[in-house]
Design a protein around this ligand. Structure first.
Ligand code: AMP
Ligand code: MG
Length: 410
């Protein structure tokens, strides 16, 4: 077991234990938003399927208009009208045109469209006042996507544009990686449910709900377990239960040095239980415990509400993304550089994740400030914060310094 390790090492140990992503499942089109595609999708026909007009105007033979000028306009007889959604396959007689709407298929024999604004319309005669190039204002069949071409490949995260493309190639269902199922457990004798009255020495359980919300936000399915009391047998039973039906277990509390912090010894004592590391060089979040039960990851997050959330962001979110098939490069929080508008308190021996508020300045750069008090129990710092300022060990930051930040609201 490793102890008191760097954040990067801790993340590496956790991620390396994920040997493959979760299996695929078929979901309907809209439910695939934000999920990772688990099949290659190809176009079942050309997109657009036929040459069609890019404008409301007149379909012509470019040759007929080759010598048109404002002084010497060409007059063409309008022989048909083609609204979008209809189809005309007549032969265009010489010196004629068809009135055609945006999106309507361009008939054979017509090789250019002149937009309406550029001509004079006199009943069923259209007056063309300049030449037009072949191909003008015609969208070509297959110019977006060719029939049979790959449009979306395995491992792609589905965005609204991807959903549009799936619809365009006629796919009401699609295979995506299953959502990670995550058991959420809060431990502690002092913790009560939010509908109970917090008597002396008791506090409401906020961690189960912030953790469950983070799981949902990260694309997982949370299963919130009842509060687990600080008794080894109770903890052992709850962990076994939680691990059996889920891809991942996260707990809060019970991982520090206190007399009632039993998680580590309980997991060590469980058949199939193994501790992988304990304690990370970060603040908040030091006591984090990473273990496995029968191969299922069990991450013991520290109990203080900010520590719980910050360590979720550093370790649980990337793990969930890896399980869900996200590309390696996108597992971490997005990083930016920002200019501090105020000094920060000096950092101690551990990397400090200072909750910050980042904003765009008028010059387009990013400005960041601390949320204020940084205690690991100041849940409000996570409520008002939208980023984490990375403060390396033993550093002092002054106003005007450029710092690394990790974005929280995305
Ligand atoms: P622990 O790591 O178990 O010693 O917990 C540290 C502190 O975190 C406790 O003293 C509580 O103040 C707080 N805490 C623990 N669990 C929760 C919870 N589920 N909801 C809110 N605060 C908690
Ligand atoms: Mg506790």
């Amino acid at each position: 077991m490793e102890k008191f390790i760097e954040v990067e090492r801790a993340r590496e140990l956790i991620l390396d234990d994920v040997k493959e992503r979760l299996p695929a499942e078929k979901v309907d089109l809209l439910s695939s938003l934000g999920r990772i595609l688990a099949e290659d999708v190809t176009a079942d026909r050309d997109l657009p399927p036929r040459d069609n007009s890019a404008m409301d105007g007149y379909g012509v033979r470019a040759d007929d208009c080759a010598f048109a000028t404002a002084a010497n306009p060409v007059r063409l007889t309008v022989v048909a009208e083609i609204p979008a959604g209809s189809f005309w396959n007549g032969d265009l007689p010489p010196d004629s045109a068809v009135r055609i709407m945006t999106g309507a298929p361009v008939p054979d024999g017509i090789d250019a469209v002149i937009r309406r604004e550029l001509v004079d319309e006199l009943g069923d005669v259209v007056v063309v006042k300049g030449p037009v190039k072949p191909g003008n204002d015609i969208r070509r069949a297959g110019e977006d996507v060719r029939c049979g071409a790959p449009v979306l490949t395995t491992g792609t995260r589905l965005t609204p544009a991807g959903i549009g493309m799936l619809a365009a190639v006629g796919r009401p269902y699609v295979a995506v990686v299953r959502r990670p199922r995550v058991a959420v457990l809060a431990t502690g004798d002092e913790i009560i449910d939010f509908h109970e009255d917090p008597g002396p020495g008791l506090i409401r359980n906020s961690n189960s709900w912030s953790m469950a919300a983070l799981v949902l936000q990260a694309g997982g399915v949370p299963q919130v377990f009842p509060i687990v009391r600080d008794r080894p047998e109770t903890i052992g039973r709850a962990l076994r239960d939680a691990a059996s039906g889920n891809d991942l277990v996260i707990t809060s509390g019970g991982v520090s040095m206190g007399d009632y912090d039993f998680l580590q010894e309980v997991i060590e004592g469980l058949p199939g239980g193994e501790i992988r590391f304990w304690q990370v060089r970060m603040k908040p979040g030091k006591p984090l415990l990473y273990s496995r039960i029968d191969g299922r990851p069990v991450i013991g997050l520290p109990g203080n509400p900010v520590s719980t959330m910050v360590s979720f962001e550093q370790f649980v979110r990337p793990l969930m993304k890896k399980l869900a098939g996200w590309p390696e490069a996108e597992l971490m929080l997005p990083r930016r550089r920002a200019v501090l508008t105020e000094a920060l308190s000096p950092a101690g021996k551990r990397r400090h994740y200072v909750r910050g508020v980042v904003e765009y300045a008028m010059d387009g750069g990013l400005r960041v400030r601390s949320t204020g008090a940084q205690g690991s129990g100041i849940l409000n710092s996570m409520v008002v914060g939208n980023c984490l300022i990375i403060q390396p060990p033993e550093t002092r930051f002054a106003a005007g310094d450029e710092v690394d930040i990790e974005l929280l609201d995305y």
